[in-house]
Each structure stands twice: as C-alpha cells, then as structure tokens.
Design a protein around this ligand. Structure first.
Ligand code: SF4
Ligand code: SF4
Length: 133
C-alpha cells in the first residue's frame, strides 16, 4: 500500500538536501505529490510504495535529520454508483488524480491525490467523500 507522508521543514532546514539524502541512504523511490517553500519553512507531501518497515525507517531518518513528519491518514473516495460522469470535478483537481478513461468514465487515482478537497463540494451528487482512518 502507498503511504503518504507530509514533511514539514523549519526555515533553517530548507537549505539542506534532506530529501535527497534520505533517498540516497534508503534507496527508496519517493514520489513528490506537492511541495511549497517560503520564508517560514516548507512542506513536501511524498508518497512511498514500499514495505512498512522501509517506510518506517525513512520516517525515522527524516525525523533524525530534523524534519517534522506527519503521516496522512485520509482518503478520497469516488462513489461510482452515484457519479454520472458530469466532469465538474475534473478541472478542479490540481494533480490529475481525477481523470476520464477512454470511455469517458470519471475515475480516481488515489495515489496522486494531495487531499486538497477542492473536488468534494463541486460534485452535485456528493459522489466524492473524504474519510479519515
Ligand atoms: S482532493 Fe480531489 S481535487 Fe484534491 S487532489 Fe484529491 S482528487 Fe484531486
Ligand atoms: S462532479 Fe461528481 S458526478 Fe460529476 S464527474 Fe465528478 S464525481 Fe462524478
């Protein structure tokens, strides 16, 4: 299962190549879903598809390097029984997690979701729901 981890950098840590060093030390392939940096620090949301013990090891490494780590325990669900493929949610999704298939069906690729929730209120039949676990 893909786990999503939010990394929070203090201003002092933003100039250190922490992500690169964790990738190098663990050999894990990390997918960056979202990143934002400013004068008050930064945030990176990453997805890791690896055995739990390897992800736990990477989390420990980030923490040892001074990065605050929060695992995202949320999920967006698309209720295909309610969805009528109107497409209203598609243009709002910043990552392409919501997409249309060749037969014009709307689908959700949860691995790409950054939980911005922009899509949720756009759906006229409430087919998109955010759940916490
Ligand atoms: S919450 Fe909705 S709009 Fe935001 S990334 Fe996920 S699927 Fe796309
Ligand atoms: S807005 Fe709702 S009904 Fe329309 S395509 Fe998206 S999920 Fe389906």
């Amino acid at each position: 299962m893909t786990r999503k981890i939010l990394l929070r950098y203090s201003p002092q840590k933003t100039t250190e190549p922490i992500l690169a060093s964790v990738i190098k030390e663990t050999g894990l392939l990390l997918n960056i879903l979202y990143a934002e940096f400013g004068t008050r620090g930064g945030e990176i949301l990453i997805a890791i598809d690896a055995p739990d013990k390897d992800v736990d090891n990477a989390i420990e490494l980030f923490e040892r390097k001074g990065v605050e780590v929060r695992e995202i325990k949320r999920a967006i669900q698309l209720d295909r029984d309610s969805c009528f493929d109107c497409g209203a949610c598609l243009s709002l999704c910043p990552t392409g997690a919501l997409y249309t298939t060749d037969d014009k069906t709307v689908e959700l690729d949860e691995d790409k979701c950054i939980y911005c929730e922009l899509c949720v209120p756009s759906c006229p039949v409430r087919a998109l729901k955010l759940s916490e676990f």
